[in-house]
Design a protein. Structure first.
Length: 287
């Protein structure tokens, strides 16, 4: 039986929800719409305006294969190869973390501390898809940004995304561990969304996290190993009065503020995410 576009979405939505034991129905429907739009080479708006159109056999097979992979747990972002962040859609691969809305909080806080009227040098540590670096470059056209990642695969994705967003001439992607690729350099602001999950956290074996690179998620027994290094070494790479902003887990705010204090930062604070949970801690290097 030939299904219509709308019927295919409804059937897949029900199957995805049931496969996850009563998974949130709106989320399951959104997943089904994204997967069908990808299988058809269309956008989601097209699905709404062509809901009664028959789904041809080739598209139906492509869609069924994507839905089965989603039922097995693969993230939609990896299946369709992109995820929206800030004002643009970014390429996403299994070499990178999937950009999340909570990280936009870090971008907003960074922009609040970056003037529009002068040239700036910015650093994004652990750039992944390049999400933070590209958002900052897009909003501050006089800024030059260095984006660092240890993974050659992630660095390649970030470079392609810089071209995609149209800021490649101002975003330099370097490969290496944390501050190693910027030895001797100083910046007006450093931003990072580093690994911050505890190594034995059971969530690493659940949901989308099963498929994301573990090296970009977990960081020691308390999740703070990389944050300790970043906060400790950041002052040597900040200009006087420069800012450090890091994303972290919702229960880590107190510990991360203590790291900032020990490293000599001033004006230290923690900002909540969309659910008003500790998410971004920031501090200023003394002038």
């Amino acid at each position: 039986m030939v299904l219509s576009v709308g019927a295919a979405v409804r059937s897949a939505s029900a199957g995805l929800a049931a496969a996850d034991g009563g998974r949130d129905a709106p989320e399951a429907r959104a997943d089904a719409e994204l997967l069908l739009a990808h299988a058809l080479g269309k956008d989601r708006t097209w699905l709404f305006t062509h809901a009664g159109d028959p789904l041809d056999d080739a598209a139906a097979l492509r869609f069924e294969a994507l839905v089965e992979r989603r039922r097995a747990g693969e993230p939609v972002a990896y299946l369709v190869g992109q995820r929206g962040f800030w004002r643009f859609d970014l390429e996403v691969t299994p070499d990178t973390l999937i950009p999340r809305a909570d990280t936009e909080c870090l971008v907003e806080q960074a922009l609040a501390r970056l003037p529009n009227d002068r040239a700036l040098r910015l650093l994004d540590l652990g750039t992944g898809t390049g999400a933070i670096a590209l958002a900052l470059a897009n909003e501050r056209p006089r800024a030059g940004v260095v984006a660092v990642d240890l993974s050659p695969g992630a660095a390649a994705v970030a470079r392609r995304n810089a071209l995609r967003v149209g800021v490649a001439e101002r975003v330099e992607v370097r490969e290496g561990a944390w501050f190693a690729p910027v030895a001797g350099e100083r910046f007006d602001l450093i931003a990072s969304n580093p690994p911050y999950i505890e190594d034995d956290d059971p969530h690493l074996a659940e949901g989308d996290l099963r498929f994301e690179p573990r090296s970009a998620l977990a960081s020691g027994a308390d999740g703070l190993d990389d944050l300790r290094l970043i906060v400790r070494d950041a002052p040597a790479h900040l200009r006087p009065g420069g800012w450090l902003l890091v994303e972290h887990g919702w229960q880590q705010g107190t510990a991360v503020r203590a790291l900032f204090d020990a490293a000599g930062f001033i004006d230290i604070g923690t900002v909540g995410d969309l659910e008003v949970r500790d998410r971004v801690t920031l501090g200023r290097h003394p002038a």
